[in-house]
Every structure is written in structure tokens, then in C-alpha cells.
Design a protein. Sequence first.
Length: 367
Amino acid sequence: MKKVALYDPYLNILGGGERYVLSILKVFAHHGYQPIIFWDSDLTKKIKDKFSLQFNLPAGRQGIKLEFVPNIFKNRSFPSSTLKKLQSLRTFDYFLYVTDGGYFFSSAKKNYIYAMVPQQSLYSKSLINRLKMSNYTFITHSKFTQNQLTGWGIQTKLLYPYIDIPDILSLPKKEKIILCVGRFFKHLHSKRQDLTIKAFLLLKKNPVFHDYKLIIVGGLQKEDETYFTELESFSHEDPSIELKPNISYNLLTEYYKKSMFYWHFAGFGIDENRHPELVEHMGITPIEAMTYGSIPFCYAAGGPKEIISQGENGFLFHNEDELMKQMLDLQKNQDRIQSIQKQGMEFARKNFSYSVFEKNVIKLFQL
């Protein structure tokens, strides 16, 4: 059987980047490849619960499941670990690596590096790194990240992610809910839930939004619990603000269905040219919101600028005042709300369905 391998040093986080690279493995599995992941524990259940990803072949064919093997990449000593990697990787048709700034030689037939974060320090072009990178192809998930890497001398191929398009023919019944989705953490491209809460408290001073609720959903790691406690204090025990850590994928979709609006503050106040790593690299959750007729409002930096068409499928804002005005103007025009909802649903379905993603994976990897 043909085999594809993955090493992702961030796999314990299971964030958006992990969903993206695991989705690529899903396409490989559906085309007869055995997906193997270098990791020291079996994460199959966590992946299924978090992302609802299925790797088995279509009905009528022998099933394929994720296989986890010992992580040979955690030992970076030379030369013993290098020889071990070369011996192991030579058995694979494809090898995918999510870079954390470290590079190594690969003996797999075809090799790809997923450039997840547009941070220049991760792509040092020292002589030894250039040698190690020589038989790899770089891929990334947004034009924003692609343009940043091009400026640093790294050529990449663009592969947009996919999202699960719900099988709904009409708009779900909406409630007075503003939703925010993103991991609870402070570093790198923080989703800035603190600013989201601050803006919501400001919004509620307007009687038009007095009855609205803010629901913030996200993954929470133990090392980020202090930040989560800070967010709880920011809310001032306001019952209209709910923080929901580590919920199931099914419950998340229920919140998407109910929410009228979606807010995304990632990168707020950051100069994307000076610090591209600190803004939203793509923005998959705003697209997920669109699929359920929730209207996204995103800070105007990074990836959201290539998915939001202003006033057509959502809104971009540069500051709190602009967000408040956009929200109030839209709330006064119910016909426009329905038009934007429908355009958002169509945009997501047309550009980010699994069928589109599968075709693009087949073309990029020449399956």
C-alpha cells in the first residue's frame, strides 16, 4: 500500500493548522494511501472529537485508519538521529512536515513543508538549511502568508483549507448572539478575546443591543489557564458573556447556527508588515460562521482581507468605533442582513467545500 507520513511538532495543540494538514491526509486516505503520523500517543479520538475528521475510505472499499508510530524527530542529535530518519522516511511515497524552524534531510519520494506561521525566523536560509530544504516543496494556506514568504525568498504553493459545509437549504433560526471562536492564549496571533469582551460591553450601552449575548468558544491548554481567568474577570460576571473552553465540534456547530454575528479581533492594532506572525494568517472560523448564515466582522489585517468582501459577505473594521457603527447601521436594515447572510453562505460553499479542496490537493500533490 502507498504511504504518506506526517510530522507536526504542534500536534498536541490541535489548532487550525493541525486541522489543515490533517485534512490533507484525509484526501490521501480517500485515494488509497495509508496515513502515518510520527507521534508518541494515539490521538485518533481527540482528532475526531475536535475536528470531526474521518480518514476511512468510501463505502465498499477496505477501511484505512490513522496509524501513529514513535516520534523519531524529537531526538535531533547528529548523526544517529539523522540516519534513523533517513532509514524510516525512505519507505514513504510522501512526507509532510509542519516546520517549527528546524529542518532535516528526507529520503521520502516526495517531500512537503507546511509553512503555517509567517514568522521570518522560522525560515532561515543558512547554507545547511538550503541543503536540507532542497528536495522539499513549501505549501501554505493563504495568499497573505504566501506573500510574506515570497518576500523572504521562500517560494510556496497555495492550498486553501476546506470547511464542512452544512446540508441546509435555508437560513437557520438566529438568536441575539455574537460568537467568537479561537484558542484561548496570549502569544503569537492571539484571538484577543480580552478586546472582544471590552467591545461587547461598549456595544451593550446602545439599547439596540441590550438583549444580545456574547459567546466565546475556544481550545484551552493548561498553560493558558491564567489568561482564561483574566478573561473571566474582564467580563465582570456579566451573565450575557459566556466563555466556553474545549467544547465538542457538534456543540460548536450549534453555536454557529444560533449566532447572528461573528466577531474576530485577531491582530487588532498590529502592523501586519512589521509583525505578520501576530495577525490572523488565514481566518477559517469567519468562513465557518458564514456557512451558517452568521455575519462576520473581522479586524482588517492578514488573511481576513482576502476572504471578506466589504458589505457583501461580511465586514472589516479598523477600530472599535468603526465596528460599532457597522453593527448599528446593519441592525437597522434587516433586508441587507439577509442578503449578506445568503452571499456569505454561497461564498463559503463555492470556494471552501471539501470537493474543491480535494481537487486542489490532487492537483498540487499529483495524486
